[in-house]
Design a protein around this ligand. Structure first.
Ligand SMILES: [Zn+2]
Length: 150
């Protein structure tokens, strides 16, 4: 049972990676951030997080799920190699995983105005501190049970 008020579902289009985001805010209450870096900006990626939430990622076919790592090499941008959707971001910090949800991967789409951000000038220390303060504080990744008829 979940103690959170909302369960937002999402994942990539082909279903290889899916998630359930336990959250106390409705989607309308969230404000995405549109990062202006050279990776995120061309993809139009918008990121969502909530500090009192928990993200459960299910890998239905981990063969297709890739981590795109760049910049400071501290965050994994998880995307599906089959349908090419960017789904979520994870960052290991102090022995736990922090996360972000990519807005476009939510099953339910709502119009949200995004704030632009550009973190290029941050030091690595500032970056990790910001993530610890703002990202989803709990991220778990599980391998989904495969169909028996394989
Ligand atoms: Zn996919």
């Amino acid at each position: 049972m979940s103690n959170y008020r909302y369960q937002h579902r999402g994942g990539c289009r082909c279903g290889a990676v899916q998630y359930l985001w336990h959250c106390n805010q409705s989607l309308a209450e969230l404000s995405p951030r549109a990062c202006q870096c050279e990776f995120c900006q061309p993809r139009g990626a918008r990121y969502l997080s909530a500090t009192d939430s928990r993200l459960e990622v299910q890998l239905h076919d981990s063969r297709f799920v890739y981590a795109h790592v760049f910049g400071t090499y501290t965050a994994d941008f998880m995307h599906c190699g089959r349908c090419n959707d960017l789904v979520y971001v994870s960052c290991e910090h102090d022995g736990r995983l922090l996360g972000l949800v990519v807005q476009q991967s939510l099953r339910e789409q709502v119009q949200l105005s995004a704030g632009e951000c550009d973190f290029d000038q941050e030091t690595l220390e500032q970056r990790l501190a910001r993530r610890a303060a703002n990202w989803i504080p709990e991220l778990v990744v599980v391998e989904a049970v495969r169909e028996a008829a394989e």
